[in-house]
Design a protein around this ligand. Structure first.
Ligand SMILES: [Cu+2]
Length: 380
């Protein structure tokens, strides 16, 4: 009975979206996707239950990864299932309906860049207005009728010095923060920064985590209800409670820790793509046979959307980017949901206590060399 009701809700939500899409802008599509998401909210519990086995599948790999890392099966197993994708905040990290301004910024360079952008707009506006007023005065006061006897003045030293120096000072004033911003954008990452390897493919992104056991995440755009299938075997947007806007949400997001520098190394497998996330002030080309590197620093946990920004073929418009920034502990839990995922040298403090008990279970010596079997036994 509930199933039938949910189905009808779902169909209702979809048919609404189909009819609306004919005239929709991207922002409107986002909103309707939100409606579908809400309509499906009730089925979230069932979907969550369905998601659990997929975590369970990864679980057997966890103890062995742990044995090499820290011999702590219990902590690993408990954190392994604790990741649920974050629900994005409407209007944050995504385009908004009728938006003319920059998206709200969530990185230090982004905040700086936004400040400079607004400052330049003011400088442009004030200079334009000043020139317009001067032009108006000249047109009215110095036309042939109003001023029949023209002045023979050809030089005015003070005026000439002022109209040369003032623009120079304005340009220098603009150049200083501009060059500073460029320098900050391309400052290399600190040695300790987490590395994420991004590869552009026709037409999806892959994210590699060499510092966390070198697993890889494949990220495809979600299909849109009522529209031709873009990615076979990928679910439809709005079928999970945490789904963001259509055309921007993906099946597997690029998950990173918030509040720390991340070294992004970007390349491509086929043609040139470009990794761009407007709300993080980030855009860097993905070029085959070449690695481009830039630091990403996300100030606040959240979901931030972007798109491939280099025309790369037929489905260029269907390879969005979804970056999910999590607090460190939640990021670590996410890492451990992947087969082979490991936390190197950045173990959460909670792991320390059970690790002390390890020698009792494995008296043979170094806990790091404990056979996987013992780690599994400890986990139970
Ligand atoms: Cu592309």
């Amino acid at each position: 009975m509930i199933g039938v009701r949910l189905k009808s809700l779902k169909r209702h939500g979809r048919s609404k979206e189909v009819e609306a899409q004919k005239t929709m802008t991207l922002g409107k599509i986002s909103m309707s996707a939100g409606r579908v998401g809400k309509a499906l909210g009730l089925s979230a519990i069932g979907l969550l239950a369905a998601a659990v086995p997929s975590f369970a599948q990864d679980a057997p790999a966890a103890p062995s990864a742990l044995a090499t890392g820290a011999a702590n099966g219990a902590a690993m197993a408990s954190s392994a299932g604790s990741y649920t994708p974050m629900t994005p905040t409407p209007g944050i990290g995504m385009p908004v309906d009728g938006g003319l301004n920059l998206q709200a910024q969530f990185s230090p360079t982004g905040v700086y860049g936004e400040w400079l952008h607004h400052g330049l707009l003011w400088v442009c506006a004030i200079i334009s207005l000043f020139v317009l007023i001067l032009l108006g005065i000249i047109i009215v006061r110095f036309n042939r009728r109003a001023n029949p006897v023209a002045s023979k003045t050809s030089h005015n030293t003070v005026l000439e010095v002022v109209w040369t120096l003032l623009p120079v000072l304005i340009l220098v004033g603009i150049a200083i923060p501009s060059i500073d911003l460029i320098a900050k954008q391309y400052k290399p990452a600190p040695k300790t920064a987490l590395t994420v390897k991004i590869t552009g493919n026709q037409w999806f992104w892959t994210y590699g985590y060499p510092d966390n056991g070198d697993f890889e995440v494949i990220s495809n755009m979600l299909n849109i209800p009522g529209e031709p299938t873009i990615n076979n075997g990928v679910r439809e947007v709005g079928s999970k409670p945490w789904d963001g806007p259509s055309h921007l949400e993906v099946d597997n997001r690029m998950v990173v820790p918030a509040g720390e520098p991340i070294r992004l190394q970007i390349t491509a497998a086929d043609v040139i793509h470009s990794f761009a996330v407007p709300s993080l002030w980030f855009k860097l080309d993905a070029v085959p046979g070449r690695i481009n590197e830039k630091v990403l620093f996300i100030e606040k946990p959240g979901v931030y959307y972007g798109q491939c920004s280099e025309l790369c073929g037929a489905k260029h418009g269907y390879m969005p980017i979804a970056v999910e920034a999590l607090p460190r502990d939640k990021y670590n839990a996410w890492v451990l949901t992947h087969a082979g995922g490991a936390i190197d040298g950045q173990k959460p403090a909670a792991d320390a206590a059970p690790a002390a008990a390890a020698p009792a279970a494995a008296p043979a010596g170094d806990a790091s060399e404990a056979p996987a079997g013992e780690a599994t036994a400890e986990a139970e």
